[in-house]
Design a protein around this ligand. Structure first.
Ligand code: FAD
Length: 461
């Protein structure tokens, strides 16, 4: 235990005894997250209620050189786990603060669950643009900071990058700053002026996994609550044919969401298909618009050699939201490998993942997903031992990163030095004592590779 009784008392004074947890049985609750890894344990967990509380805690953490890790829904796995130091549990910061119908923006506390925000917005006829993949328990702060830039509906709305219009953040030094719509009172009219609102600057917290500070509030643009949701689903004999159809659907602007599943996932769920791959196109919006776009998508798929499947096949991945859950619930261990891809490179990346995992006897599940920009995912199904799974995952990541990113052709792989150095400089300025989430480092564009750096592969040079 490196935290003295005196320091612990200071924490109790800030958040109250009830919300300052340091007993073994309390810490055990924070020793795991949703993706399987070896358990770790923090020294103290605090449930905070305001940016001011967090600021005071972080100032003490700097004096005492204690590490600080944010914990929201825990769905991103080990990156919200801490080995020693402080965990900040943000679940009490769960209020929808302002629904501004004039500017079409909603401001929420970072600990709000995605589901609760959407429920509240639906009462007013609005919705959030993106749907996180990992279910409704995902928090807004976790979604912004985690490796979760894409989600369902991305074919229509793009990434969160386009919809995030303001942040309030406690910096790693304890100072509180605000950007975009939150920059200062009545600042929304200046939003188009990046210098006035610093909205562009706010984007550095996207995918920063809590290494650049603690996000306490976010302002996000709202979209209308959809009147109708309509999926269409087609089986294809080859990935090449599917990718061409998906690309044409994209260009025709005929989809809110485009996803692709492997035959394996349907077999596993007892809904076997006769086709190698399945394309699900979902449209949401007003009834006439949805009917028109679904008809266009269906025509493109038919002309591209697709075979119509029951809509329920598409619902499986889309309406469910927690696509991820059926991989884990039915299939045992889960992991995914992901990379951004162009329409052209999509089939090659898909093949790299599938071929690599086949060497380990691992089947693909809901293996790839098309959107804009395309984001190819591979998910495994089956009961495999953890080491086999991690090794297979590493190998798949290596293959797909080689196809998409300027990485060195050996393990453990790293990004190009100039990029690394640049981000390190930002990190050093913001977090001079390196206290924020030191186990995760930053993830800006290569979430998984950062997690993997420490893992050595057998036979790797
Ligand atoms: C490799 C990988 C790829 C993924 N890809 C996708 C994807 O493409 N699309 C998708 O929808 N989901 C994806 N996910 C899941 C997604 O990352 C999580 O569901 C999401 O981050 C939200 O998680 P959460 O609320 O459970 O937060 P947690 O899992 O608890 O936290 C996520 C990260 O954010 C930090 N954090 C949480 N709250 C704050 C805050 N307020 N301020 C600062 N830091 C904070 C945590 O310390 C942690 O590092 C992916 C996950 C992994 C591991």
């Amino acid at each position: 235990m490196t935290i003295s009784g005196e320091v612990l008392q200071k924490f109790v004074d800030i958040v109250g005894a009830e919300d300052c947890k340091s007993h073994d049985f309390e810490l055990a609750a924070y020793s795991q997250a949703m993706i399987f890894t070896a358990p770790t344990r923090p020294e103290v967990v605090m449930l905070t209620e305001s940016a001011d509380e967090i600021s005071e805690i972080i100032k003490i953490a700097n004096e005492e050189l204690l590490t600080v890790v944010c914990r929201a829904g825990g769905t991103a796995g080990p990156i919200s786990m801490a080995d020693g130091g402080i965990v900040l549990d943000l679940s009490k910061m769960n209020k929808v603060l302002v629904i501004d119908e004039e500017s079409k923006m909603v401001t929420v506390q970072a600990g709000c669950r995605y589901y609760d925000v959407v429920q509240e917005l639906h009462k007013h006829g609005y919705d959030l643009p993106l749907k996180p993949w990992f279910g409704n328990g995902v928090s807004i702060g976790g979604y912004i900071n985690g490796p979760s830039m894409v989600g369902s509906r991305v074919a229509r709305y793009g990434t969160l990058n386009f919809w995030l219009f303001g942040l309030r953040v406690v910096l790693p030094t304890g100072e509180i700053v605000a950007t975009g719509a939150n920059a200062f009172e009545n600042c929304k009219p200046t939003m188009a002026d990046p210098w006035m609102s610093a909205n562009s600057l706010g984007k550095i917290w996207l995918q920063s996994v809590g290494t650049f500070g603690v996000v306490t509030e976010a302002t996000i643009l709202m979209v209308p609550k959809p009147e109708v949701v309509q999926p269409v689903c087609f089986g294809f004999d080859s990935m090449e044919a599917l990718a061409q159809a998906a690309s044409k659907v994209q260009l025709a602007n005929a989809a809110t969401d485009i996803e692709h599943e492997d035959k394996d996932i349907y077999d596993l769920l007892g809904m076997p298909v006769d086709y190698a791959v399945v394309l699900s196109v979902t449209n949401e919006g007003y009834a006439e618009e949805v009917a028109c776009k679904s008809a266009i998508a269906a025509k493109i798929c038919e002309e591209g050699g697709g075979h119509r499947l029951p809509d329920a096949y598409a619902d499986l991945t889309y309406k469910n939201t927690a696509n991820f859950n059926f991989c884990t619930a039915k299939g045992g261990l889960f992991c995914c490998a992901a990379a951004c891809a162009s329409n052209e490179s999509y089939p090659a990346i898909y093949k790299a993942v599938k071929d690599t995992w086949a060497k380990y006897g691992i089947r693909n599940g809901w293996s790839c997903w098309t959107c804009y920009p395309n984001w190819v995912q591979g998910w495994t199904i089956g009961y495999y031992d953890y080491d086999t799974q991690m090794e297979a995952y590493n190998m798949a990541m290596f293959e797909i990163q080689k196809l998409t990113m300027p990485i060195k052709d050996s393990y453990p792989f790293t990004f190009e030095e100039p990029f690394e150095n640049f981000v390190q400089k930002i990190k050093d300025c913001l977090d001079p004592n390196g206290i924020m989430n030191p186990n995760s480092w930053f993830m800006l564009s290569g979430a998984q590779s950062r997690l993997l750096e420490a893992i050595e592969l057998p036979g790797a040079e």
